[in-house]
Design a protein around this ligand. Structure first.
Ligand SMILES: C[S@@+](CC[C@H](N)C(=O)[O-])C[C@H]1O[C@@H](n2cnc3c(N)ncnc32)[C@H](O)[C@@H]1O
Length: 268
């Protein structure tokens, strides 16, 4: 499907724009990967896949446990930055698509994804691919922003200023609610458990938060470019959002869903 390939090309460009790593460091979001790795009790020698790994939020801490870790992402620029961040920690970095994982069936003991697979367009295909590459008794650990949380609100504010996504793109925030995720994994042999966690996003002021997203977060940088002289309307809406959460500095409580899954021991 040519349109879908074009869409994925634009996704690569989007995530290569700005400076995702700088934004993650500013916001303190690199604490989520190690949290997930610990919750999943990743063990030395296990085979682990991080889907849509970006700059290695979960990949690098997983590899530090002594596991054999593969980080897969669609965007070469993200993988290049991940390689630099890994600095000597052994990871196999693979350019690839969460909708078509380039691995044989039953290749991994653990599959992880932090704010990653939610951005691949066709969620059911991604869930089936994850289930396929997990071994019997394999574990799944996914973090996804909830629609009710402040990041869910952030995506709705941005979405209100741009044309709707093509109909073949599932809404990323659907991975952030229990029911749609249960449906995605129905019939895959993976039993799910859910919990909700929060991290606190730091910026010096609401204006600094807007500046950070407008210059470093690819999806907003590209939106700002495409909006041209309409950008101030979105900028003001974002400013209002951050102002609502501001205390002495912007401390944005960012809720995410933690999806933990266990694949049946039976091979089908
Ligand atoms: C918000 S970033 C998350 C990166 C990282 N997991 C983290 O926690 O920082 C989303 C990532 O999804 C990747 N991505 C989007 N669509 C993808 C797809 N179809 N297959 C693989 N990666 C994809 C992007 O390239 C980007 O690196």
């Amino acid at each position: 499907m040519e349109q879908l390939e074009q869409y994925k090309d634009s996704v690569r460009t989007t995530w290569a724009t700005g400076d995702y790593d700088a934004m993650m460091r500013q916001e303190g979001l690199y604490e989520v990967g190690p949290r997930l790795v610990q919750a999943m009790a990743v063990q030395p020698g296990e085979d682990v896949l991080d889907v849509a790994c970006g700059t290695g939020n979960a990949t690098i801490p997983a590899a530090r446990t002594g596991a054999r870790v593969t980080g897969l992402d669609l965007t070469p620029a993200m993988l290049a930055r991940a390689r630099e961040r890994a600095a000597g920690v052994a990871v196999e970095w693979v350019e690839g698509d969460a909708e078509d994982l380039p691995f044989p069936d039953a290749s991994f003991d653990v599959v992880l994804s932090t704010f990653g697979c939610m951005f691949a367009p066709r969620h059911e295909i991604v869930a089936d691919e994850i289930a396929r590459v997990l071994r019997p008794s394999g574990r799944l650990g996914v973090c996804a922003w909830t629609p009710e949380g402040s990041i869910g609100e952030f995506f709705r504010v941005v979405g209100g200023h741009v044309p709707p996504s093509p109909e073949y793109v599932d809404p990323p925030l659907a991975w952030g609610s229990e029911e749609p995720v249960r449906e995605l994994f129905e019939g895959t042999g993976i039993e799910l458990e859910f919990s909700r966690e929060e991290c606190v996003i730091h910026h010096a002021s609401p204006a600094a938060a807007v500046e950070c997203y407008a210059t470093q977060f690819g999806p907003v940088v590209r939106t700002r470019e495409s909006l041209g002289d309409q950008w101030p309307a979105l900028r003001d809406d974002l400013l209002a959002l951050f102002e609502r959460y501001t205390t002495t500095e912007v401390l944005l409580p960012a809720e995410y869903l933690v999806i933990q899954g266990l694949k049946s021991a039976q091979t089908t």
